[in-house]
Design a protein around this ligand. Sequence first.
Ligand SMILES: Cc1cc2nc3c(=O)[nH]c(=O)nc-3n(C[C@H](O)[C@H](O)[C@H](O)COP(=O)(O)O)c2cc1C
Length: 395
Amino acid sequence: MATKKAPTCLDLCVTTDDFEAAAKETLSEKSWIYASSSASSGLSHQSNLDDWSRINFRPRIMRNVNSIDTSRNILGRKSKLPFFISAMGTLGSSHPGAEPLLVQSATRMGVDAVISTATSKSLEAIMKAHQNEQERLGNLSPSRLAFQLYVPSDRTKARDLIQRVKAAGYQSLWITVDSSTQGKRTADRYLQAQEKLDQGGEVVRQAASDNAFGPAFGGRPTAGYLHPALNWEDLAWISQEWDGPVVLKGVQSVEDVKLAVQYGVQGVLLSNHGGRQIHSAPSALMTLLEIRTYYPEAFDKLEVFVDGGLRDGADVLKALCLGATAVGVGRPYYYALAAYGGEGADKCTEILTEELEICMKMLGVSTLQQLHPDMVNATRLLSEMWRPMTVRSRL
Ligand SMILES: Cc1cc2nc3c(=O)[nH]c(=O)nc-3n(C[C@H](O)[C@H](O)[C@H](O)COP(=O)(O)O)c2cc1C
């Protein structure tokens, strides 16, 4: 995927894409495939990347943008930035410091992070790393940790896991709902086939380090941690068990946003899992446009988040103009951590923040509350947006 020349040091990283090129040179083949791979031909991932560039701004001029405020209320608390680090499993494959190193950076930089169920380190150790860094900073960082939940198919294990997450102090629960099974990751299939050949037909699996819910390395799922029977009625017991904000991660149609409102969750994350799950998925941006067109009331009823393919602070602003509360960024952080450790993750946040501020100034807004849909031209994407096939549509 990376075609750019790899920068030779962190100082030469100017865009988030630079981390990808650097990581490709740093990572083992297996880790590179784990992070970069996507479903089938890669179409879902590619449209994530492409669709952001198919929207243009409609900047306003001569407004006072002397001082810029990038803060945003997310699930009832004030965040310094309108973007967060998306949930990514097995960060030990990126850097030995794994999730603790990433959350230390997030805390330093004041950015929120969603922690995966499938981590390399235990969820308690990750929270401890965040709390220690908070203490070091006099508890002044606005950064918070949320938890991404793959609901284990065994209800007792699921309850135990939710109780551990609650006891550890995570702020919100992001239930992944796009993973009734594992997507077919083509690059990883080639690798598995080669490994099997090399081992004389034996499939080799590695232990999931400190976490029983972590997948065997390579994003190959552990039995029982993807739950094909998960359904809307399960939200009742999960919400009761959790007793805090719930976000559904992986919503891909306006119909399901309507259901999410009916079932009373606090947020939806429009996402196709970084193009890693269903082949030919809509980009999150396309789903955002569906909501804006067919069900704009959703923005008053719950918080709408977006992730997939965001690589520039300008992309963040485009999503916010269309009504998103905040957006998630995944692979750039994985790659930055791989190539440059915690400092790389710091730089990734710095780059996105600077781009966001530059773009706000030139768009003519000093706060994110001033953004609205007329500040973007989304006509090209709208012309391809889904339309009901019949007047009897169940929309
Ligand atoms: C290496 C990697 C691991 C991921 N692991 C998880 C995971 O454990 N749980 C989950 O819900 N999503 C996971 N995702 C999906 C991300 O949360 C997010 O939706 C996606 O990375 C956003 O797209 P982007 O990487 O283009 O920014 C993973 C993505 C990557 C790249």
